[in-house]
Design a binder for this molecule. Sequence first.
Ligand code: HEM
Length: 105
Amino acid sequence: MSETKVFSLADIKQHMSDKSCWLVVHGKVYDVTEFLEEHPGGYDIIVSSTGRDATSDFEEIGHSNSAKKLLEKYLIGEYEGGDSMPPRAPVAGATSRGQDSCRVC
Ligand code: HEM
C-alpha cells in the first residue's frame, strides 16, 4: 500500500471540470473524472459539487450502499483539513490559508 496523499484546497480547485474532476466527501478526495459519463444522476451535477465539500450533496441524495462502495474505487487521498472543508465555494478572491472569514456577514 502506498502512502496516503494529502491535498490542499488549492489542489482541489484545479480539478473542477469534466476534463479533471475531484470530489471531497467526508474529508477524502476522489478523482471521479472517469465516472462522470457513467453517473446515473448525470455528470453536470457532480461537476457542480467540486471545489468544496460535497458530503452533504452526496449524502442527501440518499445514494445506495453500492453507490458508496463505488466511491471507494476513485479514492486518491485526503483533504489536508479533514472535515473542515468549506461547504460552499469561498468568497471570490479569498485565500485558501484559513483567513477567509466573510467581511459582509
Ligand atoms: C463519485 C461520487 C458518486 C457516485 C459513485 C455516485 C453514484 C450514483 C449511483 C450508483 C446512482 C444510482 C442510484 C444509487 O445506486 O444510489 C446515483 C444516482 C444519483 N446521484 Fe450520484 N454518485 C456520486 C456523486 C453524486 C453527487 C456529488 C451528486 C450531487 C448531488 C449526485 C447526485 C445523484 C442523483 C441526483 C442521482 C439520482 C439519479 C436518478 O435516479 O434520476 N451523485 N449516483
